[in-house]
Design a protein around this ligand. Structure first.
Ligand SMILES: Cc1cc2nc3c(=O)[nH]c(=O)nc-3n(C[C@H](O)[C@H](O)[C@H](O)COP(=O)(O)O)c2cc1C
Length: 157
């Protein structure tokens, strides 16, 4: 039977909170994309030119390592993919995740949290990392979005 996965990266908990609501509403299995090297507050300092996140986002080839894989990816046909907006787009580790699997034929539904920026042109970056998948337009949601709000979004996808 076709199954739903809710995979998310969250450096400081906002997207994790939203992903839990998305999993509850969709009945999907939750998977946390965990960096092999956790991000410290220093790493996340976007004002700092030489912070880890700044350097990663400036390097199109950066692919931060992850701790673990989804073992049964072939069982899922829909993947809700959550992440924070970093520099108006997706953190590099989201590309690491996508490029770790053959996702052709699957539907990917991105959702983001941010300090205010929308989803923007993020698909221009992500579509290269999931060839053959149906990558939907992503949506920014509040990290504390209610179940009815998330349900309305899911129904509209
Ligand atoms: C390195 C970095 C870059 C960010 N860039 C943006 C941005 O371009 N636009 C924005 O609205 N918020 C930006 N933010 C804020 C995050 O998107 C926001 O705090 C998000 O909800 C954090 O999610 P998390 O707790 O799941 O990591 C950035 C945060 C970090 C750490």
């Amino acid at each position: 039977m076709a199954k739903t996965l809710v995979a998310y990266f969250s450096a400081s908990g906002q997207t994790a909170r939203l992903a839990q609501t998305v999993a509850k509403v969709t009945g999907g299995d939750l998977f946390s994309i965990l960096p092999a090297q956790p991000y410290t507050a220093e790493d996340l300092d976007w004002r700092e030119q030489n912070s880890r996140s700044t350097l990663e986002m400036r390097n199109p080839d950066a692919r931060p390592s992850v701790v673990s894989r989804v073992q049964n990816m072939e069982e899922y046909d829909t993947i809700y993919l959550g992440f924070p907006v970093w520099w108006y787009t997706a953190p590099r580790i989201v590309q690491t995740f996508l490029e770790s699997y053959d996702l052709a034929g699957k539907t990917i539904v991105p959702f983001v949290t941010s300090g205010g920026s929308g989803y923007g042109k993020t698909n221009a970056l992500l579509e290269r990392s999931c060839p053959g998948a149906a990558l939907k337009k992503g949506t920014r949601l509040a990290s504390n979005a209610s179940e009815p709000d998330v349900r309305a979004w899911v129904a509209s996808v």
